[in-house]
Design a binder for this molecule. Structure first.
Ligand code: SAH
Length: 298
């Protein structure tokens, strides 16, 4: 553990800042104490690369998560040791017959309004805290999304994201403009995509379900096939934690179609959630025992 004097470093930290650092250290300590990583540590290495033996799946909405929780026979467990006290976040865990340890984490219901905590902020915080605590070999962000029929998408398709970007972070100052878009390439997964016959395309993330004219311009500039409200944020956090990440999105609505997004989303939510609950186990089975570099042909 690293101890330092802020005076010697010539910086001053606010109490909030200290609380965050303390929480972080506490989180790591708690996990070590509880040996939470121990469950996951069954795997070995192949040519020095770690094989995937534990996966954390981040899902924004409970209705998207519960069919997968049921299919995988995961059990909701006490998250008080992993998450901040009072947080609405939920964690479902289990060990597959193969030996793969799986955690599904959801940001839960907004404490005041009672709806799912969708969007970039809750999913980033959840990915960070749960990622630090559980130290998974792989993070999967699974959920629903809008998609463009002009790019070949249809309702119920499940897409793997090949690239992430934001479409609502407009900062028209040189270099900051690129930072705002935050383009990030996904890890190469051509073998996984081909073997499981999944669709693939670029994903653009923003904090709105609808799409303004300006959003549309940016989504097109991002060359996106799929549009969601969490993917690029989860990819950012996974990169920060140096944990490989896959995004799996089932299409609920056609963004460039004729039906209103909200109506189409609600109509197709259960179709997309069951498509996800069929695909998530296939991906989990595929990645188990492989190294990240074995997900592509190289
Ligand atoms: N009316 C819904 C709100 C869902 S918000 C409710 O019952 O609470 C939309 C969620 O689905 C987000 O997590 C987002 O990632 C995903 N999503 C589905 N279609 C989308 C679209 N067209 N644009 C952006 N996000 C979409």
């Amino acid at each position: 553990m690293l101890f330092f004097s802020t005076e010697k470093l010539g910086i001053s930290l606010s109490k909030d800042c200290f609380d965050i650092i303390k929480y972080n250290l506490w989180l790591q300590g708690t996990c070590e104490e509880l040996n939470m990583g121990g469950l996951e540590d069954a795997g070995g290495t192949k040519s020095g690369n770690p094989t995937i033996t534990s996966v954390m799946v981040v899902i924004a909405m409970e209705a998207e998560a519960l069919p997968s929780v049921e299919t995988l026979k995961l059990v909701e467990d006490d998250q008080s040791s992993v998450f901040p006290k009072g947080a609405p976040w939920k964690k479902y865990s289990g060990k597959m017959d193969s030996g793969l340890v799986v955690h599904i984490v959801v940001p839960g219901k907004d404490k005041i309004l009672g709806v799912d905590s969708v969007g970039t902020v809750p999913s980033s915080l959840l990915t960070y805290a749960a990622g630090v605590a559980l130290q998974p070999d792989l993070i999967i962000n699974a959920g629903t999304a809008g998609a463009f029929q002009a790019k070949g998408a249809t309702i119920g398709d499940v897409y793997i994201a090949t690239e992430f970007a934001h479409h609502d972070r407009r900062i028209p100052i040189p270099v900051f403009d690129k930072y705002g878009i935050g383009t990030m390439e996904a890890i190469p997964m051509d073998a996984l995509i081909k073997d499981l016959k999944l669709k693939h395309g670029k994903l653009s993330t923003g904090n709105s379900l609808d799409m303004t004219v300006q959003d549309e311009e940016h989504i097109k500039a991002n060359d996106a096939t799929v549009k969601d409200m969490e993917g690029a944020a989860v990819a950012y956090v996974a990169d920060l934690l140096a944990i490989p990440m896959i995004s799996l999105k089932a299409v609920t609505d056609i963004v460039d179609g004729t039906k209103p997004t909200v109506e189409e989303f609600l109509e197709n939510m259960s179709t997309a959630a069951s498509a996800l609950s069929r695909t998530v186990p296939l991906v989990l089975e595929y990645v188990f025992g492989r190294t990240v570099s074995e997900l592509h042909y190289g």
